[in-house]
Every structure is written in C-alpha cells, then in structure tokens.
Design a protein around this ligand. Structure first.
Ligand SMILES: Nc1ncnc2c1ncn2[C@@H]1O[C@H](COP(=O)(O)OP(=O)(O)OP(=O)(O)O)[C@@H](O)[C@H]1O
Ligand SMILES: [Mg+2]
Length: 577
C-alpha cells in the first residue's frame, strides 16, 4: 500500500526534502554570519569610522533578511509537499480500507469487533500518517542538521572543542530511545482506555431506555467510573513520565553548555578562537540538542508506524471466506433452488448447525420455514445467499452448483430481509432506496406493499421524514416494514423474509403476506417465521429442529401428522384465544 503511494508521490517528497535541506543550510549559515558580524563590530569599535561601519552592518542585516525570507519560503514548500502528501496518503488509506470492508464477507466480521476495526481506521492510520509526515521530516532534518552542525562547529571553530561538548548529547539519544518506548506504550494505554470509555458511553446512550427500564443506573455509573479511572491512571502515568523526560533532556543539553563555556572560554582567553567564533559555537551547540533528541524520537515513530501498517495490511490482505472461481457464471434469474444432503458448520466452529438438509424451492412457490429457536433457519437463508462457504454438490440454483455462480449475481436476484435489520440515520426515502435512483412513486409503492405507507404519510415530512439514530422515532414494527419495503423495491426473483415481521401484530403480518402473494404471483417467496398462522396458504412448509428437517408438507398435511408442527400450532392458537 505504501509502495503504491510512493510510486505516485515520490516527486513531492523529493521537492519537500530538497526544500527542507535548503532551510537547514540557511539556518546553519545564520550563526556563522552572526559570528562574523560580532567580530566586525569589535573591529569597528577599534577603527571608529562611521561610514564603513554603517555599510558593513547594513550588509549583514540584508544577508540575514534574505536568509530569513528563504527559510520562510522553504518551510512553506516542505510543509506543503511532505505534510500535504502524507495527508493524501491518509485519505487514500481510509478509502481502500473502507472499500475492503464493504466487500469482505460476514465471517470476517465475526473475527474482528467493531471497536478493533474502528481503531484500524483511527489510531493505525494516524500512526502511519505520522511516520510518513513527521517521521520523514524529522529523520531527514535531524540527520542532515546534526551532521552539518557538527561539521560547522568543527571546521569553523575547533574540532577538539566539538568532541568535548558532544559527549553529553549522545546520552540524549540513548535516553530518548529508552523513554520513548515507555512513553509510546503509555500513550497507547491512554488511547485504548479512552476508546473503551467512549465506546461504553456510546453504547450506554443507545441503550439508555433499557438501563432506565431495569433501574440499572447505579451499576452503569460504577462501570463508567471504573473506565474513567483507568483512563485517568494512564494519563497521569504519561504526565509523570513526560515530567521527568523533558526536563532531563533540557538538563543534559545544559551540561553541554557548561562544558562549552569552560573549555571554549579558556580557548578564547588564550586566543585559540575569537569571541565571534565562541558565540557562534554556542549557538550551534544549542541547535544540536534538537537533532539528538529527534533521532531517538524518530526511531519510535517508525516502529509505531510499521506496527500499525502491519495491522492495516492484515485487514487489506484478508481473503473472503467464500472463494469465487474466476470462471464463475453470472445468473440472470433464479428459477429454482435445490438443497441436497447439506451439512454445515460455521467456519472456526465445530458445532453442527445444519444436518442432512434436503429442500426444494421452485419458481413461483410460497415456501414456509418454521422451527424451534436456533434450529438453523437463518443459517439456511445465508447459505442460499452464498454468504458462507458450502461443499460442492449441495446447493444448486437453476441446476448449477452454487460454487460455480458469482455470489453477487445471486444476491442481485434475491431480495433478502434479514432478521436483524438496520435503519440509517437518514430519511425513510433514502433508507428504502439505499442511494439508488428510484422514483418517489416506486418508493411509495414499495412502502404500500409493505403495509406502512398510510402511517408514513401521516408523518410531518412523509417519506422524507428523517428517522433518528437507528430509527428511534419509528416503532419496532414500523422499522421492520420499512426494511421490507427496501427489499421489495428491488426487482428480484426470490424474496426471503427472515422473521422480519415479528414486531408486527399477527393480523397485519397475515395481511401483508397475503397482499404480497396476490401482487407478486409469479415471484418466489420464502417466509421464515415463528407465527405458523401466516403459512396456511404456503405450498410447502419445512419444520426444523436442532438443524434437521423433521417434517415437511402443506399446513393441512402437517396438521394431520400431529407432530412438532401440530404441537406448535395448537400452542399458538391457544395463546391467542
Ligand atoms: N456467525 C455464526 N458463527 C457461529 N455460529 C453461529 C453463527 N450464527 C449462528 N450460529 C449458530 O448457529 C445455530 C443456528 O442459528 P440460526 O440463527 O440459523 O438459528 P435460527 O433458526 O434462525 O434461530 P431463530 O429462530 O432464533 O432466528 C445457533 O446455534 C447459533 O448459535
Ligand atoms: Mg433466525
């Protein structure tokens, strides 16, 4: 990822680095000029010639102004080039991460939590950004500045003096390397505990009604305090470490100055170097503290950045569980689905979820799937959508093995309403169209079919009403029907409703299913439900128990059998009366 990025932006980096070095050179010249100026002033005080003095000083001033302007321009250019490019990298990284996430299959998301993925987007991208911006700038600048400063000190003043004063500065690099690790580790703790805290807060706000409903406020306050305390502890640790670290660096920097004052002073007095040399030497020395600190610091930035890059690449390299063959065919329509002797376990899980399933769905049929809780009904729907890998020869669509069909072409022809739906914080219109260009008419039609248009038209802005975060302004049953409309508007051949009317009253559920049957006679409809009454007109009903199909047939046939279906039906009607 970084390689591709550099292929495109190396030119900007090159210009930036050149500008950076130019700034350094200009900055290096300044103390030298100051030194020369001081010596000149000393000389002027001796000759006392007003005119030459003014001329000489003006020249120095002009030099310094020119250099300062150059430094200003150079800094502007390198910031624009290097920091700007790194910002572009950030956007690029976020984009490819997001795209990757959209195309990964559900198995991936059961491996990583939402928080973990979000931290890839925030902390890790930021760490790589820091490496490509600050890391590049600091390492170039510190190395170049460090070497050049030492050369200037040695060449123009005295090599012997230079080596003496540099010794303590080497300790700075060592200390930064040692402290840097701890500082970064503590910093990571701060970030981690903060994201725990904000994640907890977010979840609590979404669930505030549940918390109040169960009078669990005290308990949640305690949990919040715990997390806030962990965060504070990490932050205090950071304050403590930085509190020792920075003054220590300053102290060592000072000790170099002591050495310079003592030995340099002696040399000046004995006439080894001029006063001007001595002044510029000390200015250079001050300039050396930064590169020595920076070299240690940049090692940490690079370590952090490469670790984060690895974590980002882990996501980018994730392979879809369902491997698609290159020569997989695209189907244009779905006529029938045939499942034969299918066994299934979820990836990385050895519990058998489906066992020896045989099931047929023919074009235009109304198929019901019922069964006990956790018996594998939703799993069955997900397998038909090719969301999880299945063995060859088990599921056929139009007579073609599902492994030979492009998954996207199946999903285009299936309108699937999952058991756990989601509404975006957006208008009802956008929640139904999901950004595609359906007309208002089409949206209204879909909402009407889903049996909710009347209720929505009563809302202040009709279908353009915004539903709050997670659709809080709608009731559970209303939300379910908006999600059904979202499926109905797509022209599909096969409609799969996974228990998606559970929050609607039984009469309305029956009404909706019946009206769908009349308007979409030629379409295939699979209804997974716990309410058996809805399926009385179904062509065939499959009854699942613990991953197996235990009964199959029409309502009448199953009632006659007096088995599991009969028991469930009798219990339900008894409850209604
Ligand atoms: N992603 C998953 N990874 C591992 N196991 C899973 C996963 N999803 C579901 N299961 C397990 O598979 C079994 C069947 O689940 P499934 O959701 O298909 O049941 P269901 O019949 O739809 O139940 P319900 O009536 O409650 O909707 C359950 O034991 C469940 O724990
Ligand atoms: Mg289910």
């Amino acid at each position: 990822m970084v390689k591709e990025f550099f292929k495109r932006s190396w030119k900007y980096y090159l210009i930036g680095i050149i500008a950076l070095m130019a700034v350094d050179v200009a900055q290096l010249i300044v103390p030298r000029i100051m030194g020369l100026a001081i010596d000149k002033v000393e000389y002027f005080t001796k000759i006392r010639d007003e005119a030459t003095m003014m001329k000489g000083i003006t020249l120095f001033v002009l030099w310094i102004i020119a250099l300062a302007t150059g430094v200003f321009l150079g800094r502007f250019v390198w910031r624009l080039m290097i920091i700007g490019s790194a910002r572009r990298f950030e956007r690029y990284a976020l984009r490819i991460l997001f795209e990757k996430l959209l195309y990964l299959d559900p198995a991936f998301f059961s491996k990583y939590s939402r928080g973990e993925l979000m931290s890839r987007f925030t902390n890790d991208v930021r760490a790589v950004w820091r490496m490509l911006a600050g890391g590049v700038v600091i390492s170039t600048d510190a190395t170049f500045m460090g070497i050049m400063t030492i050369v200037m000190m040695g060449k123009f003043v005295s090599w012997r003096l230079t080596w003496i004063v540099i010794i303590p500065l080497l300790f700075i690099t060592v200390i930064v390397l040692l402290f840097g690790k701890t500082i970064h580790k503590t910093f990571a703790q701060v970030q981690e505990s903060f994201s725990q805290l904000s994640g907890f807060t977010e979840e609590s706000i979404s669930a505030v009604r549940i918390i109040k409903g169960f009078s669990a406020m005290g308990k949640f306050e305690d949990m919040f305090n715990d997390k806030a305390w962990t965060n504070l502890k990490a932050r205090m640790k950071l304050v403590l470490i930085s509190g020792i670290f920075w003054p220590l660096i300053a102290f060592i920097g000072r000790s170099s100055s002591f050495l310079s004052l003592y030995f340099g002073g002696k040399m000046t007095i004995s006439g080894g170097i001029s006063i001007g040399d001595f002044v510029s030497f000390n200015t250079y020395l001050g300039m050396l503290v930064w590169p020595m600190t920076a070299i240690g610091w940049v090692v940490n930035i690079i370590q952090q950045g490469t670790a984060s890059l690895k974590r980002i690449n882990e996501v980018l390299k994730a392979q879809p569980m369902v491997k698609e063959k290159d020569d997989a065919v695209e189907i244009q329509s779905i006529k029938d689905v045939k499942i034969s002797n299918l066994n299934f376990c979820y990836p990385d899980d050895d519990r058998i979820v489906l066992e020896d399933i045989n099931l047929d769905i023919s074009e235009g049929q109304f198929v019901g799937i019922v069964g006990t809780v956790g018996s594998g009904k939703s799993t069955l729907a997900k397998l038909v959508l090719k969301l999880f890998p299945v063995e060859r020869g088990r599921i056929h669509i139009n007579g073609i093995d599902i492994n030979d069909i492009k998954g996207s072409s199946i999903r285009k022809k299936v309108a699937y309403v999952p058991q756990e739906g989601f509404l975006f914080s957006d208008t009802i219109y956008r929640n139904v169209t999901l950004g595609e260009s359906y007309s208002e008419e089409e949206v209204k039609n879909a909402l009407k079919l889903a049996g909710i248009l009347d209720e929505i038209e009563k809302l202040p802005q009709g279908i353009y009403t915004k539903v709050g975060e997670r659709g809080l302004t709608l009731s559970g049953g209303q939300r379910q029907r908006v999600m059904i409309a979202r499926a109905l508007i797509r022209k599909a051949d096969l409609y799969i409703f996974d228990d998606c009317l559970s929050a609607v009253d039984p009469e309305t559920e029956e009404e909706i299913i019946n009206s769908l049957r009349t308007t979409m006679k030629d379409k295939t409809l699979v209804v997974i439900t716990h309410r058996l009454k809805v399926l009385q007109t179904a062509d065939v009903i499959y009854v699942l128990d613990k991953g197996k199909i235990v009964e199959r047939g029409t309502h009448e046939k199953l009632m006659g059998k007096k088995g599991l279906y009969y028991d469930m039906f009798v219990r339900q009607t008894a409850m209604e009366n």
